[in-house]
Design a protein around this ligand. Structure first.
Ligand SMILES: Nc1ncnc2c1ncn2[C@@H]1O[C@H](COP(=O)(O)OP(=O)(O)OP(=O)(O)O)[C@@H](O)[C@H]1O
Ligand SMILES: [Mg+2]
Length: 427
């Protein structure tokens, strides 16, 4: 679904100041969204990306298919993007020389992950269009700012409190938050940077385990499903929304994505409306993914957002007219938004490094047997070219497309068994 800009909704007054640094967002950025269309960057132009993991790799491939050249910065010489980038600086994101060189070469820039230092984003933004904007990224870098932003937009989040340091444990913490989850405000991913806390008494240990850093304590919800909405907004304020994805996690890491999500029309409509309010409220430009919880009472809660393409959107490469990575390139190159419609139902299976260690005690990685997978032309294997398989590390994914969702699920179960992935029947 693509739509043209609508007027920004009005939001209630922000919650009482919690003492955290509030990024500026809103008017300034929205002013840019009213600009008249500018000429698209012609093929052959250079696009810059900060970060060269699998998301940078797939962005690069999509941008190159549109005819662009891609310049990247990543500190890791073995970063997946190294195999395909037209130019790569293997250095820190705060390397002035690299930032200067890339800003002289490229005409527009984006990011592959949200934890790029603000200074690097601001540097590139001073030289070329940077999408998403540094201020939007900084909201998504911090769970507290993110939740406060959602609250400011009058959007529902799981009940939570913020905990600044050990002294906060002495203050009264609502009993209703237990059992809960303590999550670091910054740098959490794939279930890292959080732990379960059954009772108030466990909170001190949990806080120490996470390094005594700024945290949120969030109520543990009884989840019926998890879904995500992938949404894109261009510099003129046009919006494109992909079909909603249903996500199944194992050990805090995304395991399976099923699209379209098996949810009611009413929930789907609310999730899309909420996502639209988020991008319009931020004056966002770029691809954004919002993760939602649906509890057993059918209540919908926003969990977190990623200001970039997302693992739950990898299926778009084969199953949608325009992939999330192509859309990212289109937005920074000022091309019209691509059509996000789904061509076929899809199931995406993540491939973690565990697959390379078939026995629980094995220490030497072994290449999985891909034969069953490669024999099926509806199953698309993506390997990210990471040199070393490690347990819990995202090594690749498979997207299975089929005429019906039942058929895609059936194939997914069969291939999970063939690859010895766990819980084949849980889908
Ligand atoms: N309040 C909660 N109630 C129930 N389950 C939760 C809650 N918070 C997190 N989870 C579970 O843990 C998973 C990971 O949590 P969350 O998305 O907050 O962290 P993350 O590590 O930042 O994840 P990501 O890899 O998506 O960035 C969720 O997808 C969900 O399965
Ligand atoms: Mg998450």
């Amino acid at each position: 679904m693509t739509t043209t800009p609508s007027s920004s909704p009005s939001f209630p007054a922000p919650p009482a100041d919690e003492g955290f640094c509030e990024p500026a967002f809103g008017e300034e950025i929205d002013a840019e969204a009213t600009l008249s269309p500018v000429a698209p960057l012609p093929p052959g132009s250079w696009l810059a990306v900060l970060g060269g993991g699998q998301l940078g790799l797939m962005f690069c491939q999509a941008a190159q298919r549109l005819g662009y050249r891609v310049a990247a910065i990543d500190p890791d010489p073995a970063a997946p993007i190294a195999a395909v980038a037209d130019k790569l600086w293997t250095t820190s994101y705060q390397d002035d020389d690299a930032l200067q060189a890339i800003s002289e070469l490229a005409q527009a820039a984006t990011i592959e992950f949200e934890n790029v230092p603000y200074m690097a984003l601001a540097y590139l933004a001073a030289h070329m269009p940077m999408r998403p904007a540094a201020d939007s990224v900084s909201i998504a870098q911090n769970r507290i700012q993110e939740k406060m932003f959602f609250a400011r937009c009058a959007l529902p989040v799981a009940p939570f409190v913020t905990l600044r340091d050990g002294n906060d444990l002495l203050s009264s913490i609502p009993k209703a938050l237990f059992p809960g989850r303590l999550k670091t405000a910054r740098l959490g991913y794939d279930g890292k940077g959080q732990c379960a806390v059954a009772t108030f008494e466990q909170l001190g240990d949990a806080f120490r385990q996470l390094g005594n850093v700024l945290c949120v304590l969030e109520k543990q919800l009884k989840l019926a499903r998890e879904i995500s909405v992938l949404i894109a907004r261009d510099a003129q304020g046009n919006i494109a929304v992909w079909p909603i994805a249903e996500n199944i996690h194992r050990d805090g890491i995304l395991d399976v994505t099923i699209v379209p999500a098996r949810i009611s029309k009413a929930i789907a409509q609310s999730a899309c409306d909420y996502a639209r309010r988020v991008v319009e409220g931020m004056g966002y430009r770029g691809v954004l993914c919002i993760e939602f919880f649906i509890d057993t009472q059918d209540n919908l809660f926003l969990n977190e957002m990623a200001p970039r393409p997302h693992n739950s959107g990898h299926h778009t490469i084969e199953s949608c007219v325009t992939s999330q990575f192509e859309q990212q390139a289109r937005i920074i190159a000022d091309l019209p938004l691509g059509d996000p419609s789904q061509k076929t139902p899809a199931v995406m299976l993540n491939l973690l490094g565990d697959l390379w260690f078939p026995e629980s005690n094995s220490t030497t990685p072994r290449e999985p047997d891909w034969n069953a997978l490669l024999a099926d032309s509806n199953a698309h294997l993506h390997l990210y070219g990471k040199k070393e398989a490690r347990r819990g590390r995202k090594m690749g994914h498979i997207t299975i497309c089929a005429a019906t969702l039942d058929e895609a699920l059936h194939t997914a179960r069969r291939l999970r068994k063939a690859l010895h992935l766990p819980d084949a029947n849980a889908l």
